[in-house]
Structure formats: C-alpha cells, structure tokens
Design a protein around this ligand. Structure first.
Ligand SMILES: [Zn+2]
Length: 147
C-alpha cells in the first residue's frame, strides 16, 4: 500500500496503545496485513520513474500533513516512531530500488519474496479505482480514530 495508509495505521495504533512493545509489534504486523489486501501503489513496475517518484513524494507529504493536523504536539515523538515502524518492511526493501542485488541478499531475499510475490502481488495488478478504495477506507478509519 501507499505510505499514508501504512503510516496512519501505525499512528492510530500508537494512539490506542501506550506501551511501546505491543504497539511496535502491532505496527509491523499491520504492514503485512494491509499489504495482503488487493491494492495499487505504483504507476509503473519500474520503481524509479518520474510518475512513481512524484506519487511517492505527494504521498509522503500527505502523510506528514495528516500527521501534524491530527496528532497533538505532546505525542509527536511516540506516534511518529510507531508510525515509522508500520512502514518498516518497505524501508527494509528500499535499498533494492537503487541496488537490485540488495533483494538477493539473505535474509532480505526471503523477506522481499514474501513481502511482494506472496503477499502484495498474489491478487494480480489492480486498477486505480479498486486499488485505491481499500487504502482510502484505511486512511478514513485512521483519521476517525485520531480525531
Ligand atoms: Zn509493503
């Protein structure tokens, strides 16, 4: 999924769980649960295209905008940390976008295969309509919990 649903789910988890360890576990787990839902998160299969880069930048800005709008300043550190953990599987994969051999290194290879082929792409490629809908629902639910 896009950055916004993953990050805001982690932030919503932080708002409901004041203890770090269970919140961190729930945040990382939420990433895989959300990625198992059919969705679309890129324009092009090749990651480094202008459309994908602009989409990722806009997505990141939307995440930050919603975060600063929804989260009281007193909670910024904890909520942001748990939100970041909800994106951890994608962050671990990120070096592979620039250096493909990263995805061949053990245990990254097994993790990447599970994260992509077995989890995200098992439903095939979705169009933007059906691919965006579950992500909008997740974001709406997170906004509802954080308001
Ligand atoms: Zn992912």
């Amino acid at each position: 999924m896009l950055i916004t649903p993953h990050f805001l789910t982690g932030v919503a988890i932080a708002s409901q769980m004041p203890e770090v360890a269970p919140a961190a576990l729930a945040a990382v787990t939420s990433h895989y649960v959300l990625d198992a839902i059919p969705h679309r998160d890129y324009f092009d299969k090749q990651y480094l295209t202008w459309r994908n880069i602009l989409l990722t930048m806009a997505d990141g800005l939307i995440s930050l905008g919603l975060f600063y709008w929804l989260v009281p300043q007193a909670h910024w550190g904890y909520y942001f940390g748990i939100g970041a953990l909800a994106m951890l599987p994608d962050v671990i994969s990120l070096p592979g976008v620039f250096w493909r051999r990263w995805w061949q290194l053990p245990p990254i290879k097994q993790l990447h295969h599970w994260h992509t082929q077995m989890l995200q792409y098992v439903w095939g490629e979705q169009g933007w309509g059906i691919g965006l809908l579950p992500q909008l629902i997740v974001v709406a639910a997170a906004v509802y919990l954080l308001r």
